[in-house]
Every structure is written in C-alpha cells, then in structure tokens.
Design a protein around this ligand. Structure first.
Ligand SMILES: [Zn+2]
Length: 100
C-alpha cells in the first residue's frame, strides 16, 4: 500500500460536517480538526485526503497538494476507499444554526 494512503488511514483527526463558506469545501481549522461541507460535488473522502495532505505537508503548494490528492485517489483500492469512508462517517455531523 502507498505509504501516504497508509498514513491517511492511520490518522486520527476529528472531522465535522458542516456548511462552510463560499467556494470552501474542506478546511483544516484546529491542529487536528478537518471540516467538510457535504454540499460539495466532490467525494468527501477525496476532500478528506486533500486536507490530510495539507496537514502532513504544510509547506506544500496547493498545486502540489491537488496533484498528490489526485494520484492517491487514483491509486486507492476499493477496499482502502471503503476503509476511508467508514472512518470518515463514524464522525459527528455538526448542524450550525444557519442550517436549521
Ligand atoms: Zn487545499
């Protein structure tokens, strides 16, 4: 297995699903908190991979992070994707007041 995929599978970041700002579909906020907006048309797992790469390599450019994200996404087996989806959706769904 690709070492970065392994690292992403083993990461224990908190994840919340909530409405984010305009043109923001995912972000790292606190040191170990990833926020994902499920309104995005991109797989939440792909967004999660992207944010994990930002966290692991804070000095990488956005272009490099996107390239790595796409490479990882292509390389993940169905089973790894399953594990990532299961990991991701075992999280809190935060409902902000603006979503009532
Ligand atoms: Zn990014």
């Amino acid at each position: 297995m690709n070492p970065l995929i392994q690292r992403i599978l083993e990461a224990r970041f908190k994840v919340v699903f909530r409405r984010l700002g305009r043109n923001v579909i995912g972000q790292f906020t606190a040191p170990d908190l990833i926020e994902i907006d499920l309104r995005a048309r991109i797989s939440p797992v792909k967004i999660y991979i992207h944010e994990c790469i930002h966290r692991f390599y804070p000095d990488w450019s956005e272009t490099r992070v996107v390239a790595e994200e796409n490479m990882i996404w292509r390389k993940t087996s169905r089973y790894s994707r399953f594990l990532l989806y299961r990991k991701l959706f075992n999280r809190k769904f935060r409902t902000a007041e603006d979503e009532q």
